[in-house]
Design a binder for this molecule. Structure first.
Ligand SMILES: [Zn+2]
Length: 269
């Protein structure tokens, strides 16, 4: 009991800290963050242009869940006048980059002046596949889908062996090269919070040194719940409703059963 008393205040502090860090982002927050970074003299650059001792800002978005939110973020950035890189998964079961809807969204992102890169999930390869060959093959698929060559790769939930890998990967630059990762400021919103401090508090901002800022559109775009878990639960519910619609569009018997039951269409309800 004495031990618990000793640690209880610290546990309460952690709990408060975690709650604050997971309380959500909004598109207005992202817009304000970009404007503040620009007001500090930062300039958006492509990965190949980044110089560590300059106020260069590499804006990266990994699209883990939702291309619609990525396209909305691309428009927001274009309004502010910055260009960034959107990394697309090929091997995911969570969205299909080759669907007509996805291709329209990718076209919107490109038309707003952004780069499309490959978000490579090394866990989705066969045991006898060479990782770089698999990534190169995915780049070819993505290039066919979006009608642009793919020059850059980011790894999805990378194993430690992929972090700080020097040199090209699959013949392309990648975002975890030491020059873009451990040797500059690397700031991420993973899990819906600034778990390692707010970007503007990073010493690189005051010193005018290069920053790679990784943000996931899912945390910033949209209305409704903004905290991480409720936001993801809302997203999953909406996706489930869309899945029922898509199945009804393919299986007439199921569509008729839903009609007979008076069930609403998930996409428009
Ligand atoms: Zn990812």
């Amino acid at each position: 009991m004495r031990n618990f008393d000793k640690f209880a205040p610290r546990l309460r502090n952690w709990s408060v800290m975690l709650t604050r860090k997971l309380s959500g982002f909004s598109s207005a927050d992202y817009r304000a963050l970009l404007r503040q970074l620009l007001s500090h003299g930062f300039r958006d650059v492509r990965l190949s242009e980044l110089e560590s001792d300059k106020p260069h800002l590499y804006l990266r978005h990994d699209i883990d869940l939702c291309l619609e939110k990525a396209a909305a973020m691309a428009e927001l950035e274009a309004e502010i006048g910055v260009s960034s890189s959107y990394f697309v998964l090929i091997s995911t079961g969570l969205y299909n980059p080759a669907s007509l809807a996805s291709r329209r969204l990718l076209r919107r992102i490109i038309e707003h002046g952004h780069e499309i890169g490959l978000h490579f999930d090394a866990t989705q390869t066969l045991h006898d596949e060479d990782l770089q060959s698999a990534a190169a093959a995915e780049c070819d698929i993505l290039a066919d889908i979006c009608g642009r060559s793919i020059h850059t790769i980011s790894f999805h939930r990378p194993a430690p062996s992929l972090l700080n890998l020097t040199g090209n990967f699959a013949g392309r630059r990648h975002t975890y090269e030491p020059a873009f990762f451990s040797e500059i400021a690397y700031i991420s919103d993973s899990n819906g919070g600034w778990h390692h401090g707010h970007p503007l508090d990073h010493p690189a901002i005051a010193e005018g040194r290069a920053v790679q800022l990784l943000t996931h559109p899912i945390w910033w775009i949209g209305s409704g719940a903004r905290e991480a878990v409720p936001l993801i639960r809302d997203f999953a519910d909406r996706r489930a409703a869309e899945l029922h619609d898509d199945i009804a569009g393919t299986v007439t018997a199921y569509a008729k059963w839903r009609d007979d039951k008076g069930l609403p269409c998930g996409r428009h309800s």
